[in-house]
Design a binder for this molecule. Sequence first.
Ligand code: COA
Length: 268
Amino acid sequence: MYTVRQAAPQDLAGVRAVARRFGNLAQWPRRPDYLDRELANGRLLAGFAGAEPVGFGATFLRGGLTHLADLFVLPEHQSAGLGRALLARLLPADAPRVTFASSDPRAVALYIRQGMRPVCPLLYLRGPLAALPDRGIDAVPVAAGEVAALDTDAAGGRRDADLAWYAALPGVSVHRTGDGYAVVRSLGDRVLLGPAGGQTTRACADAVLAALVRHRSVGTAALSVLGPNPLLPLLLEAGFTIADMDVFLSSGGDPIALDRYLPHPDLG
Ligand SMILES: CC(C)(COP(=O)(O)OP(=O)(O)OC[C@H]1O[C@@H](n2cnc3c(N)ncnc32)[C@H](O)[C@@H]1OP(=O)(O)O)[C@@H](O)C(=O)NCCC(=O)NCCS
């Protein structure tokens, strides 16, 4: 009843329509967006009912680590096997893999049955920049290449091309604070922070705070923080609120530094 294949450029409008139904493009005001990147990387699969895409899934690679970035099926086609079929084609057998799962029990169950285990919550925070502490550290703007090694260490694998692609988008700036880094995108009324990290928990927190303080005039920020990160209470004390929550799942071996890495919500 459903067919699954690598998405082609002519499928992207249909895939985009599915993504929009789930609000996935809210952080991507203009093209190119992360779906363009998934297509260009050749890791975007579409599921069809007849000629129309009714679901899709995609991954980003960080060295040998696969980040499952998307798995979506239109509500009228859910629970009929398409999600499982997409996942089976997307994930390499026995290779390290991670993802952020929604609270949909079908998603969590599929990922666990594909060899991943729930590790901790991932909280999507939003809040005002005004009350954040200024630790007097400068977040120096740098080229993406200058933070690639720090990102590799914190995020669990190298992704120079994806990082450079994101850094070249309008409004995106990359910042370094010695042993920490933070990528920030200005979206008009808010900034989106991520990926960000550091060689130590402290270096990660310093980089995140310094990059946010630098964008204070924008007013509001959004960022994704894993449960063990000590930035969580600090941000909540400063007036940030939890806008949404996912579960971080991993196939094991702690590929991501949970206490010193803040992912990008879509790029991982
Ligand atoms: C999650 C999603 C992609 C799954 O796709 P789908 O086509 O609906 O799922 P499938 O029918 O292929 O598989 C669902 C599986 O979950 C199982 N399942 C359903 N409810 C379950 C529950 N409460 N507990 C455990 N397993 C459950 C089903 O039995 C099925 O497995 P089976 O085919 O072996 O019987 C789809 O439902 C979706 O788009 N949900 C909304 C968006 C979303 O949250 N996406 C996930 C982002 S991380």
